[in-house]
Design a protein around this ligand. Structure first.
Ligand code: ADP
Length: 255
């Protein structure tokens, strides 16, 4: 049975006097896989931060698993990867394994002791991201792509029901990017993980995500990828060429 994971209703947000989000509405059920796409500065990160309760909306409402973000207290249900390795200080003297373990701490009271089952969850997240062989290396000594994988593993380690990723593939090479999207696909299919991904990989993401939110301060399109691709209104808005790039997946097929 599908349950409602997220509902955003008529949400607006302003930084001081500048309106950044205007009347945004959409909702997700468990197992949905949503790509949020839009130009730089179109409010994508602000939308996610408002959904997570970092910012108060100036109008409208957010419901996360049935409660407002300010009352929500099941944060272990959500894995979040912020943009651009912002959360990582490269001089932080921690190993890959320790960084991933931090993803379990929100679940725990004191004392924060790592149990055997935690250890297994950490190893599972490390192997999903193909970094188990470097688990004892210091995070600051790794490449950008490896650091990004470690942070993705940290977001996955508590086996969240909703995974929110803000441009997760920027530091990955094309092959790593493809493998990463395939891993997400498996988690989405096999564990019914609900995924929200902000991405610029517009020519790729349509092969994986089922829903598209095209944002430009307001919602330009929200719905299934297939509906986007046949929408005459969207052809008029984007032009055939841009619409074709977003829908390019048809050329690859799903074989
Ligand atoms: P996107 O993620 O789509 O690139 P953002 O949500 O980061 O867009 O930004 C939306 C708009 O809000 C941009 O015009 C940006 O300059 C502005 N903005 C972002 N953060 C702040 C802030 N802390 N204070 C004021 N304006 C901001």
């Amino acid at each position: 049975m599908s349950i409602e994971v997220l509902s955003v209703k008529d949400l607006s947000f302003r930084y001081n006097s500048t309106e950044v989000l205007s009347g945004v509405s959409f909702s997700l059920k468990s197992g949905d896989y949503l790509a949020i796409v839009g130009p730089n500065g179109s409010g994508k990160t602000t939308l996610i931060k408002t959904v997570l309760g970092f910012f108060e909306p100036s109008a409208g409402s957010v419901s996360l698993f049935g409660s407002s973000p300010s009352r929500f207290n099941n944060w272990e249900k959500i894995g979040y990867l912020p943009q651009k390795l912002a959360s990582l200080n490269p001089n932080f003297p921690a190993t890959v394994k320790e960084i991933v373990a931090l993803g379990l701490l929100s679940k725990k009271g004191f004392p924060k002791k790592i149990s055997l089952s935690d250890q297994e969850a950490i190893d599972y997240a490390l192997s999903l991201m193909d970094i188990i062989h470097i688990k004892d290396e210091f995070i600051g000594e790794l490449s950008g792509g490896q650091q990004q994988r470690a942070l993705i593993a940290k977001a996955l380690v508590s086996e969240p029901e909703l995974l929110i990723l803000d441009e997760p593939t920027t530091a990955l090479d094309p092959e790593g990017r493809e493998r990463f999207f395939e891993t997400l696909q498996i988690l989405n299919n096999q564990k019914n993980l609900t995924i929200i991904i902000i991405t610029h990989d517009i020519g790729t993401i349509g092969r994986y995500a089922s829903r598209l939110l095209y944002l430009d301060k307001k919602v330009i399109f929200y719905g299934g990828f297939d509906d986007f691709c046949i929408s005459k209104e969207m052809t008029d808005y984007f032009g055939e060429f841009s619409q074709h790039i977003i829908c390019h997946r048809h050329d690859y097929g799903h074989a």
